[in-house]
Design a protein. Sequence first.
Length: 397
Amino acid sequence: MLKGKKILLGVTGSIAAYKAAEIVSLFKKKGADVFVIMTESATKFIQPLTFSTLSGNLVVDNLFSTNDKMMIKHVSLAQWADLILIAPATANIIGKIAQGIADDMLATTVMASNTKVVFAPAMNKNMISNPLYQQNVEKLTALGYEFIDSEYGQLACGEVGEGRLANIEEIVDKVDYLLTFKNDYKDKTVLVTASCTREPIDKVRFLSNYSSGKMGFALAKIARARGAKVILITGPTCLPIPKGITTVSIETAEEMKKEVFKYFSESDIIISAAAVADFRPKELFAGKIKKEKNTNPFIELEKTSDILLELSNKKGKKILVGFAAETENLTANALKKLKEKRLDLIVANDISVKETGFASDKNRANLINSRGTVKELPLMPKIDMAGKILDEILKLK
């Protein structure tokens, strides 16, 4: 999605400066054009030649760098860029920009720019918790600057705490989202359920399904990228917890129901992408069922709560979106579920089709609204389908 986008990367004097080389490499792989501005301190950690080789463009490393052919000046670069990313961003550069100080090429370029500026901080844990630094972050955030929170972990000084540069892929994804999506979900709160539930049989066994959570997580990420406050309620999954999203982990259908209704009142849109178990064992066996003593064990099942139906009875003006995972009569079964549960939109997909369904990175689906209008979506990555679903939700009002 970054093809043809123009990104200005500012690299400052942090030991994490070497990681910026990977950021440039990933941007280039995605088709972006990248210019790099280095502070004088940054050049002590990594050579400009590294960035010029990776980016294919000259590196600016002082306020008096000139090249008329490339028009490398603070004003021309500020006007050229679609987005400015400063990674790693030290407390020094953040403080200077917050106070309007422009005494190097990077700070001067930021001051001369009207484009989006994103900071990915990296520093000692005591620096990041310093009230003066926090005031600068608050000031810049209020002015519309974006921050990608640093991570908790082992720091270069040997201490453990907040301050590590965020994951490189997370940084690149954030830039990708900012340059790709409109802020059309601003002021909306979106609740997304994802993955499966587990209904225990005994202390070591459970009933569940193959849902991985990939579709729900994609919806949560793209809704967040489009400006929404997102609450993600997820069953067991191997997917990393997304940053910037309130995430609640559950196991059973009853636990999911409890959390969904906990956040229901503050949500404008509820997207039920989780594959919630329809049945659970009526009785939980104590300990572990031993096969030597139970050659043919009988497990009686009972229905779980129908969370989506209960939501529909209380939804009022909220938008309610469901999913229908079917193996036959896709549209007919989805329409039945849509009407029974009074949904505004249902996403129907045939999980028996190759390359789609549970655990796959791709999906093919029909979007059916409350008027019965069917929109067929071809095979596509789930992250792209998430965008299509969110587009359709905006049309419902």
